[in-house]
Each structure stands twice: as C-alpha cells, then as structure tokens.
Design a binder for this molecule. Structure first.
Ligand code: ZN
Length: 426
C-alpha cells in the first residue's frame, strides 16, 4: 500500500469534481459531433500545464467530419526520466443526446449529494477525469518514474470510433513501441475489470419480388411474404439454436452469455412517406431486414454467417420464386484479454488494495473502442476499467459518484505504479 500515492489522490478530490463538471459542460453530442474542438483543447491545455506534450489530430474525411463539426482528437504524452513502458489512458469525449426526462440541466455539471450529474458524467467524462487525476498524482509522488504516460480524448466512440480511436490507430498511435498498455476508463464499475467484448455481425437481407396491382397480387410476387418466410425460419430454427449457445466468457448481464440476434429494422414495399395520404395498391417488389448478431469467442464468423445463409439458400430451393441478397454492414471479432496480461494484473492489484477483494472480471455485451486498439493497433494488453454504473449510461439524470471516482483514480494510480515502477509499494 502506498500511502503517499493515495493521499495525493485524496488531496485532489475538489479538482477531480471540478474537472468532471467542466468536461460535462462541453455538450459533445454525437451525432452530430458538437463542441469536440473546445473540449479537446480544454483537456490539452490542462495537461500542457502539467508538462505533457500535446497533439491535436483531426480525422479529416472520416464520417461526419466537416468544418462545422470537425473530428478533433487530443493525445497527450509525458515521458519520464528514463526509458520504459508506456501506459495509455483512452477516453471518448463524445456523448449521446440528452433525450427527455431530465430533472436538471444535462450540460450544467451539477454537483449534488456526492454525485456529479450530467450527460456523459458516467459515460465517460468521470472516467476521463479520474485517469487525469491518477496520472497527475502519480507524477507528483514519483517524479523520477521510468517510461511514459499518455492520455487521449477521442471522438465518435458512440458512432463506431472511426474518426476517433480507429483513425488514431491507423496513424500508429495505438501500436508498439509507442504504447504498451491501454486502460479505457469506461463505466464498468470501480471493482470490475472488463476484458473485452462479444463479436458483432450486422447484415442487411433483401428479398426480391415483382411489382403488380394490389387488386391482383397473383400477377406479381410479394417480397414481404418472402421475408415473412425468412422470419418464420429464424423463429423456428435460428433463435432456439442461438439460445442454446453458452460462452465461457464472463459476459454481463447474464442473458448476454448466450448468442443473440436482434432484428434492427424491416422495411418493404412503398415507404411510409405517403402519410397522411393513402398507400398505393402495389405488390411490394422489395423487403429489407437488418440483423444485429452478437457472437461468442467459441463461434467463428464464417459459421455465424452460414447459419443465416443456409436458411436463405434452403428457402431458395424450396420456395417458389424466392430470391435474396445479403450485404455485410459491420464485422467485429470477439475479444478477451487474458487474465494474466500485465495491465489486468496491475489493475487487479489496485482493486485488491483499495477494496480488499479480488476484482470481478467481465466481458461487455456490446463493443467499444478496444476493438480498434486490438485489430488495427495490435495491442492486446488492453482493458476497460473505470468508475460509474453502466446502467446509468445514456439515461436521463445520468450521474457518477464522487467517491467512486476517487477510488477508481486510486486503483489507476496503483496500476501505473505497478506497470511503470514494477511495484505497488513506494
Ligand atoms: Zn462509453
């Protein structure tokens, strides 16, 4: 236990709260990508005062990037007195829209009853603030530390991360030898380590038909009825089969330990734009369905796809005039960092010291920026760890607990000590 390090965090509680509230006051709503530049500049200015080297990287040409809504990322780096490993804290600065149902201003950064309220308080400006405080406390107590600390504020995580971590990873910001260990302070709770996420396959299925007058449907071929046959086969065969697949991955919540598929949308025939008029009497000659399949470490993407295409092929053989197309929209492989990876062990040590118990190891049901760090940057020593309760994310009256942020900052500071100085003690 390092008393000086923990005290250095405790001495910064007011700063931590003020920093979190300040970050919330930038309404970094995505879409469209509001206030990215001033938020990134605020983070850069603060870390520059602490001696970090600052880079702003605009992801020009990525989805949504315009002069009105530039995708501006900030990367800050502090090199220690001697060479060594680099620990990188990566937080996304974008938030989802506030939505309805708030009892207070979502962008005021209100501090009340031991909590900081606002859109992004928990997901994940509280985590970003905790990582900054952890780094500053560590640097003050151990000014001679070897290695380097990096802190990034990146955009567009909520829309896939293409103008954020994916863009930086392509430029080499998330690769050895620049970076060795990555901690993403997403709100997974202060005593849990998130090792990765399930896989994703999004696809669009289209059934074909033949247009005809609605009074004589026998003259055409109804694409919506063909899609009905697809859905029926999914209900009878695919969903029960997915429900039987269980993973060894510690996914939370429990229901996400199975394979799942969501039907995101279905559209067919005439669009609904005719409202408030009347639909035209046509046999629909197209119907499109979007599926969102989440898969497990034990499944491979080829099999995941063939479970769907086998059904479509069979319908093509058995059902008169059935024809289809399928298009991939997104593919992300499942990820799970091993429990004996250095960053996992270092943060686990911090959790044991602060909470006097072993951490829970979890896997996220959905993906986050770790996918780009692994796939593009080829860094596998990466976890998500941060304060805040995931269930509060994206909801009205979102908040983060001040004591949770303080405890998480202590865990992060101990993690830095283990990874950079090779010791939890002073
Ligand atoms: Zn998040």
């Amino acid at each position: 236990m390092n008393e000086r390090l923990l005290k250095a965090v405790d001495d910064r509680v007011d700063d931590l709260v003020a920093l979190t509230a300040d970050l919330i006051r930038f309404p970094t709503i995505n879409p469209p990508g509001e206030a990215y530049r001033p938020c990134a500049e605020y983070i850069g200015a603060r870390l520059k005062r602490r001696g970090f080297g600052i880079e702003f990287i605009r992801a020009e040409g990525t989805p949504g990037d315009t002069d009105r809504y530039p995708r501006v990322n900030v990367v800050a780096r502090f090199d220690g007195r001697s060479t060594g490993a680099c620990v990188h804290f990566n937080s996304h600065i974008d938030v989802v829209e506030a939505g309805e149902g708030w009892s207070l201003d979502p962008f005021a950064g209100t501090v009340r009853d031991g909590r900081v309220y606002g859109r992004g308080a928990c997901d994940m400006k509280g985590g970003l603030a905790a990582s900054i405080i952890a780094a500053e406390a560590f640097m003050e107590v151990f000014p001679d530390f070897p290695g380097a600390i990096e802190i990034s504020g990146t955009v567009d995580e909520e829309s896939g991360g293409f103008g954020g971590v994916a863009h930086l990873a392509k430029l080499g910001y998330f690769s050895a030898p620049k970076v060795d260990h990555v901690i993403i302070p997403e709100p997974l709770n202060k005593d849990r380590i998130c090792l990765g996420h399930r896989g994703v396959w999004w696809a669009e299925i289209e059934t074909k038909g033949e247009i005809a007058h609605g009074s004589m449907p026998f003259l055409g071929d109804n694409a919506v009825r063909h899609m009905g046959a697809v859905l029926q086969a999914f209900e009878n065969e695919l969903f029960p089969a997915l429900d039987r697949k269980m993973t060894r991955m510690p996914v939370v919540p429990e229901g996400a330990k199975r394979s799942t598929m969501n039907i995101n949308s279905i559209h067919g025939g005439q669009t609904e734009d005719f409202r408030p008029g009347l639909p035209s009497p046509n046999v629909p000659d197209w119907c499109r369905l979007t599926i969102d399949r989440r898969f497990l470490l034990e499944e491979d993407l080829g099999t995941v796809k063939s479970e769907v295409t086998d059904i479509l092929e069979r319908l093509k053989r058995e059902r008169k005039k059935f024809d289809y197309e399928i298009r991939d929209l997104m593919e992300v492989l499942p990820l799970m960092t091993e429990r004996d990876a250095p960053v996992v062990k270092a943060v686990a040590q911090g959790i044991m010291e602060i909470f006097d118990r072993e951490p829970d190891y979890v896997i996220s049901p959905g993906t986050y920026d770790q996918k780009h760090i692994a796939r593009i940057g080829h860094i596998y020593d990466c976890i998500a760890y941060g304060p805040g309760i995931l269930d509060l994310a994206h909801r009205p009256d979102e908040w983060v607990g001040i004591s949770d942020m303080v405890e998480s900052a202590k865990v992060m500071a101990i993690g830095l000590n283990v990874l950079l100085r090779g010791t939890a003690a002073g």
